[in-house]
Ligand binder design. Structure first.
Ligand code: BES
Ligand code: ZN
Length: 949
């Protein structure tokens, strides 16, 4: 490889984390997560009324007919009482639960969907106490004979103390029982409850999802417990370390399917349950499930639906895919079914541990907050993340399905079998799964070279956030993460760690069915280092190296003086002038960085940079940026280098026009990776300048650069009639069309408009290939008017697969008509038009359109209170919304508005978007500066580079 010498050194020079990734096996990855705790009103005590009382049998055998009661709301101000703290005391440990839930799939007399339940938990007293605290949120309890909200019995010989007082503590989400005497250490007790909750459409806890099939509205009762919503389904010790065994029973309408973590027992056996209500007695089915393994509450799942499934068996594990009947009949579950077995097998080998359950169910839900959730044995998905249809799905849809399945299956061991003790270590759980998902997906689709996408996908994303002074370290202290909204915020921008696989089997075996803290993993890594003789710098351990990466935020930029060989590291900040505002770190923002390069004899060299400065002895050849550029323009370009160059230019390590020069060779580039990376980086220039005079020349420049690529794809696809064979080529074909059309290549616009109008004339025959739909729809709707938009909207509503609906949903945001965009914005808050799960992402799509930017910002500000209270639980990420709507901000005026927005809503709050607001302010400040410093030179550069006609 002729260029290898330069490139390798080049990586060393700008090796922000790539060197580190290779040796210390640390790569910062980013995945954006978020969940906002539901803000729905608590059930009013009369709702649900007396019509929904289930008969309850007490452990003693006598049947109690409890009365529905009002929760006791404390009148006292917050104090230091145990029930005012968010964390459970260390006095009690659950052993097992026995839980029966009965979701109603039709409304009651008060027009509410509800569920009823009765449950008992057997727990052990591990420290003497006269207080029982158990999590409970938005549940209404039936009082027992003694007028209390629960019934306590002793399982040992000493009788249980009687209950002095029982009430609900809504802020900290506890059911509190004060006792007249102490619980005895070592004794086991049983706590019985009977309760009712709302089966709301709020996407958290036990909730309802709705779809229409053959003109009939159908309701699915389903759950999303992570992180803190199991307590919304039944009273439980709702912390990840409170592992227990669960015996679950579901009551459900005849002919419906009930699923949970365990395998259902035998055949369904209908059981008569008498409901004293206006409709008289009803027959329901009772399904009981095998008791679970010892597990955390956040991994529980209960689902009642009218679904169908397909199945296969893989090494004695039953694999089932559940979905709407129509989706199953159309074969949309086949791809997931075919890939699950091989991926499971791969992870069994990778972890050197067999899958611990007899079955693996995966189910697609029409309403689902996240993309997917790793409930143990019953993984839940958005429909777009599980269902595949070769006629409708693009290669990118397919890739997402393969990777998301791999991600969730990876959690079955890392996360479910071995669980982090508390949410502060969530980064390790999610970071790990986010890394190995590439390995699992690679197994499923070995021809795709999916692993190459890690840098493009995740590293780039984390750079953007972790280079801000308002970033945060990977690891938080346990005591700093208490409230549900603090836990949710952790799912936002998280950097992740990659670790070698050889240590997993000892780690997993040691801690199976138990909990860990992240340092337990370092211990096992150290054991692996010791046994393999891997060399670490003298005096350093896995702990000492890794702690610098996880306990301090950000990452280093390493510079090498190519004449002297001196190396030096600095905290990489997009705006270096914010350095003073970054809280000091114990490690002084120094990292232990392995640096690898190739010497002139093409022999790989490695040293560790342990301090602020060091020296690379072997580096003798003079090398500078210009030479590197020559190499790059010559023939070979790696995606990571683009990322580095542009990040470095934004942080002023190199000048902007130097970074822009690297795009000059694109006219002769045909590969996806460099194109994608360059386009990602140019995106920032578009965001900063697409409302300014520079826009015109930028467009001309990019139009000139993309032209040959567009022609190339026209040629190799027989004038757009075939699909390129390679996965990455298919992606790059989309880039070619997207950029060619958006920069105004007429041939492209004619092509996309032609396809779309052909479809409009004959809606039953869509002539557009699924790979191209998102971009073709967008370009045609952007070029068109109301007719094109309305047609798209009708097709969106009529779509029978969510993957198609999603393509239209994003394209509808492409119109240039402000009135259509405003109408569309209104639709986002009407759950009958846009599902709650899709509201915030639709607003972000609109904001990404330069015409929609300010409309979306006005809309979001105006409706913040409503969005926050109604959609808190319904949007995957509030931080995505805030970051998405403000990403173009680059003027003093916008900064002022943003600060005003922060001040105006301090009362309402931002929940899990709190950090995003401060990050947006910081990003805007950096953008203002960047524009001021670069606008002229960027303009001059483009002006000189634009081909003169
Ligand atoms: N455990 C998460 C899902 C989750 C996120 C639940 C936030 C509650 C709050 C799951 O394992 C996950 O990471 N899902 C990702 C998909 C993955 C491929 C990155 C998601 O939902 O997007
Ligand atoms: Zn995950």
């Amino acid at each position: 490889m002729g260029g290898g010498f330069y490139i390798s050194k080049f990586v060393g020079v700008v090796g922000i984390v790539f060197g580190a990734g290779a040796v210390a096996t640390v790569i910062a990855l980013a995945v954006v997560y978020s969940q906002e705790v539901a803000k729905n009103e608590a059930l009013s005590p009369t709702n649900g009324g007396s019509t929904i009382k289930p008969p309850v049998t007490t452990p003693g055998g006598s049947t109690v007919k409890p009365q529905i009661t009002t929760p006791v709301i404390p009148t006292t101000a917050p104090s230091n009482e145990p029930w005012d703290k968010y964390r459970l005391p260390d006095t009690l440990k659950p052993d097992h639960y026995n839980l029966t839930l009965w979701p109603r799939l039709t409304v009651n007399a008060q027009d509410l969907y509800i569920f009823t339940g009765n449950s008992y938990v057997v727990f052990q007293c591990v420290k003497e106490t006269d207080l029982i605290l158990i999590h409970s949120n938005k549940l209404n309890y039936t009082k027992w004979g003694d007028d209390h909200l629960a019934k306590l019995s002793a399982l040992g010989s000493t009788p249980a103390p009687t209950i002095k007082k029982s009430w609900i503590q809504p802020t900290t989400q506890f059911l509190v029982l004060e006792l007249n005497g102490k619980l005895a250490v070592g004794e086991s007790y049983q706590l019985d409850t009977v309760f009712v909750g709302e089966l709301a459409d709020d996407l958290g806890g036990f909730y309802r999802s709705v779809y229409t099939e053959e003109g009939e509205e159908k309701v699915v009762a389903t759950t999303q417990m992570q992180p803190t919503d199991a307590r919304k389904a039944f009273p439980c010790f709702d912390e990840p370390a409170m592992k227990a065994i669960f015996h679950i029973t579901l009551l459900h309408p005849p002919m419906t399917v009930a699923l949970s973590n365990g395998m259902e027992h035998g055949q369904y056996s209908p059981v008569e349950v008498t409901e004293v209500g206006p409709k008289g007695p009803v027959t329901v089915w009772r399904t009981s499930f095998d008791k679970t393994k010892k597990m955390s509450t956040y991994l529980l799942a209960f689902i009642v639906s009218d679904y169908d499934y397909i199945n296969s068996t893989n090494d004695n594990v039953l694999i089932r895919i559940y979905a709407r009947k129509k989706a199953i009949a159309d074969g949309q579950g086949e791809y997931a079914l075919n890939k699950t077995g091989p991926i499971l097998k791969f992870f069994e080998k990778y972890y050197n541990a067999t899958y611990p359950l007899p079955k693996s169910d995966q189910i697609a839900l029409p309403d689902f907050n996240a993309g997917a959730m790793e409930n143990w044995g019953l993984i839940t998905y958005r429909e777009t993340a599980l269902l595949y249809d070769p006629k409708m799905s693009s290669n990118s849809n397919k890739e997402r399905i393969a990777t998301i399945i791999a991600h969730e299956l990876a959690h079955m061991w890392f996360g479910n079998l071995v669980t982090l003790r508390w949410w502060n270590d969530l980064w390790l759980n999610e970071g790990f799964a986010s890394y190995v998902e590439y390995l699992g997906a690679n197994e499923a689709e070995p021809d795709w070279n999916i692993k190459d996408l890690i840098v493009l996908g995740d590293v780039h994303r984390v750079f953007a956030v972790d280079a801000l002074a308002s970033s945060h370290p990977l690891s938080s202290r346990e005591e700093d993460i208490q409230k549900p909204e603090q836990i949710s915020e952790l799912f936002d921008a998280i950097s992740y760690s990659k670790v070698r696989s050889s240590v997993f089997s000892t780690y997993l075996n040691t801690f199976a069915y138990d909990n860990t803290v992240y340092t337990d993993l370092w211990d096992h890594l150290q054991m692996a280092v010791n046994s393999t003789g891997t060399s670490l710098p003298t005096g350093q351990t896995v702990h000492s190296i890794m702690n610098r990466w996880v306990l301090q935020m950000g990452f280093p930029v390493v510079t090498i003086n190519t004449t002297t060989g001196l190396i030096n590291q600095q905290h990489f900040l997009l705006d270096p002038s914010t350095a003073g505002s970054v809280p000091p770190s114990d490690f002084k923002y120094e990292w232990i960085v392995p640096i690898r390069w190739m010497n002139t004899g093409l022999v790989q060299q490695q040293i560790w940079l342990e301090d602020k400065t060091g020296i690379l002895f072997q580096l003798s050849t003079e090398l500078n940026w210009w030479m590197m550029l020559l190499t790059l323009q010559g023939e070979y370009m790696k995606d990571s280098q683009f990322i580095c160059i542009f990040s470095l230019s934004r942080a002023k390590y190199i000048n902007t026009t130097l970074a822009l020069r690297t795009t000059k060779y694109l006219r002769s580039e045909r590969e996806y990776m460099p194109w994608e990376s360059a386009l990602d980086n140019l995106d920032f220039f578009y965001l900063m300048f697409d409302r300014s005079e520079i826009y015109g020349i930028m467009q001309t420049y990019l139009k000139y650069q993309i032209e040959p690529l567009f022609k190339h794809f026209g040629n190799i696809t027989g004038n757009w009639t075939n699909v390129p064979t390679g996965h990455m080529d298919q992606y790059n074909q989309v880039n070619a069309i997207r950029v060619a059309c958006s920069t105004g290549i007429e041939e492209c616009q004619t092509l996309t408009k032609g396809w779309y109008s052909q479809w409009m004339k004959d809606p039953a025959n869509n002539p557009i290939h699924p790979n191209l739909r998102t971009t073709v729809y967008c370009s045609a709707i952007a070029a068109g008017g109301a007719a094109e938009w309305e047609f798209g909207w009708d097709q969106f509503q009529a779509a029978t697969i969510a993957i198609e609906a999603d393509k239209l949903r994003s394209a509808l945001a492409c119109t240039k008509q402000p009135w259509l965009l405003n109408k569309y914005l209104e639709y986002t808050l009407d759950a009958n038009k846009i599902r709650k799960q899709d509201a915030t992402s639709t607003i972000v799509y609109i904001a990404s359109n330069v015409v929609g930017q300010s409309l979306a910002w006005d809309f979001m500000r105006d409706r913040w209170n409503y969005i926050f209270t109604q959609y808190g639980g319904g949007s995957f990420s509030f931080s995505n919304l805030i970051n998405g709507v403000t990403k173009r901000f680059s003027t003093e005026f916008e900064l002022k508005q943003l600060k005003q927005f922060q001040a105006d809503n301090s009362e309402v709050g931002f929940g899990s978007g709190t950090l995003a607001v401060s990050q947006s302010i910081e990003r805007t400040t950096a953008n203002i500066k960047w524009v001021a410093e670069n606008k002229d030179s960027v303009q001059t550069w483009f002006t000189t580079e634009v081909p003169k006609e």
